[in-house]
Design a protein around this ligand. Structure first.
Ligand SMILES: Cc1cc2nc3c(=O)[nH]c(=O)nc-3n(C[C@H](O)[C@H](O)[C@H](O)COP(=O)(O)OP(=O)(O)OC[C@H]3O[C@@H](n4cnc5c(N)ncnc54)[C@H](O)[C@@H]3O)c2cc1C
Length: 391
């Protein structure tokens, strides 16, 4: 519970999703006093593809959470099977990097609740649920004041981690986007009998993709990603139309049972004019998000959280974080844009998949660029030509 009239902290974090929670935990590990506020109470759900890419496992391990999440039943993810509707899929294993190769299928309801539990147990963190931050003002060179539904909070550094449509980023005047053509996601869970399928599957169809992966409890998260022009199709019959489309593109799921609600979300593609200025930092989706198609939003948020906490030790934390953010996001964003380009042109997807038979490491290398492991120069000119010509 917040004290009145003001609580002073070194770091105030707005939003306790994966990015905000990890920011608080990394900052507390460096000895900073942190207050975290979320407008919701945990456990709370969040529409998501629920695949934690392998690049998110090192920061999760550093926070001591990887073991807890796997012990809780999160299945490993081996790689991605890409395919065009009604044609065989091609398996692209995740690349190995510094000992990590597998991702995790995480149910957001549980995963975010584990992070929240950790916040509540940390002696340097005050975690305020059901607390909405309504405004943010810079008082002096060294302090900001947050107006919350439970009183004021003053802090030296403020981290805005309130997600994709970040209202605080908007108040700061830093929002860019959403950029058309607008894309939307429709997600739900299916109960599947039999052994766990450890692959993420992406099936491309005209102007639409099915994105799916396993989570705990023999469930599979299945999402449709599509452009705005497909959305009227769902009007007034979201669940029924979602089910029809999923089953037409993935008839193998015929015996599976749809469990829980069907949720729609979007549009995507936001950017920020800056991600750090005058003691205010944007972490996670609030700092920009391209599209769910690469499934790296959570891993990106965890890595940015770590970079923010490390930047606090530098003489110019804002500049250090801006540089780290650019390093962490530039190539992954380019890969997401490339995948989006493919999503609009199934013929290109077919060519790319044909090239995979002749150069089977090329797509794994591309996934590695998207995870921020290495640059595009890993991919040879010959491999690029193959990808776009299919020869
Ligand atoms: C359809 C879809 C599929 C996706 N698939 C994947 C995937 O497979 N893998 C992956 O890694 N990523 C995926 N993503 C992206 C991923 O969901 C996000 O990148 C991730 O949730 C970002 O975490 P975050 O902590 O920045 O924001 P969020 O998880 O959105 O958390 C923001 C928090 O801020 C709180 N908040 C908001 N406003 C306020 C306020 N004013 N005051 C206080 N609290 C506030 C909210 O209650 C919320 O808890 C997908 C996204 C979508 C939409």
């Amino acid at each position: 519970m917040l004290r009145r009239p003001a609580l002073d902290a070194d770091v105030a974090v707005i939003g306790a999703g994966p990015a905000g929670a990890a920011t608080a935990l990394f900052a507390a590990r460096r000895g900073h006093r942190v207050v975290v506020m979320d407008k919701q109470a945990f456990p709370r759900d969040k529409p998501c593809g629920e695949g934690l890419m392998p690049s998110g496992r090192p920061p999760l391990r550093e926070l001591g959470l990887d073991e807890i999440v796997t012990a809780n039943g999160a299945p490993p993810l081996t790689g991605v099977q890409f395919g065009v509707a009604h044609q065989p899929q091609r398996a692209v294993p995740f690349p190995e990097h510094q000992g990590d190769q597998a991702g995790l299928g995480i149910r957001r309801l549980d995963f975010d609740a584990r992070l929240a539990e950790r916040l509540s147990r940390d002696p340097l963190i005050e975690f305020c649920q059901d607390t909405e931050v309504r405004d943010l003002r810079r008082d002096s060179g060294t302090l900001s004041t947050l107006a919350t539904t439970r009183g004021e909070v003053r802090a030296r550094f403020v981290v805005v981690a309130d997600g994709l449509r970040s209202s605080l980023r908007h108040r700061l005047g830093w929002t860019v986007g959403p950029r058309p053509p607008h894309r939307y996601g429709i997600v739900a869970h299916w109960q599947i009998e039999g052994p766990v399928d450890p692959w993420v599957r992406i099936t491309f169809d005209e102007g639409l993709e099915v994105y799916e992966g396993p989570v705990a409890g023999d469930q599979r998260m299945i999402g449709l990603l599509c452009y705005q022009d497909r959305m009227p199709d769902f009007s007034g019959r979201l669940a029924a139309r979602y089910r029809e489309i999923v089953l037409s593109l993935r008839p193998e799921l015929g015996d599976a049972e749809l469990v829980g609600p069907v949720a729609a979300t979007g549009p995507f593609w936001y950017r920020a004019k800056t991600v750090a200025e005058h003691g205010i930092f944007l972490v996670g989706d609030a700092g920009g998000f391209t599209d769910p198609i690469t499934g790296e939003g959570i891993a990106a948020g965890l890595r940015q959280a770590r970079a923010f906490a490390a930047a606090l030790d530098s003489s110019n934390p804002e500049r250090t974080y801006r540089q780290a953010h650019r390093r962490l996001t530039t190539n992954p964003r380019r890969v997401a844009s490339l995948f989006l380009r493919l999503s609009r042109t199934p013929a290109l997807v077919e060519r790319g998949l044909r090239s995979h038979e002749r150069a089977p490491r090329m797509l794994s290398k591309l996934l590695g660029v998207g995870f921020g492991y290495w640059g595009f120069n890993r991919i040879t000119p010959r491999e690029w030509v193959r990808m776009f010509t299919g020869r």
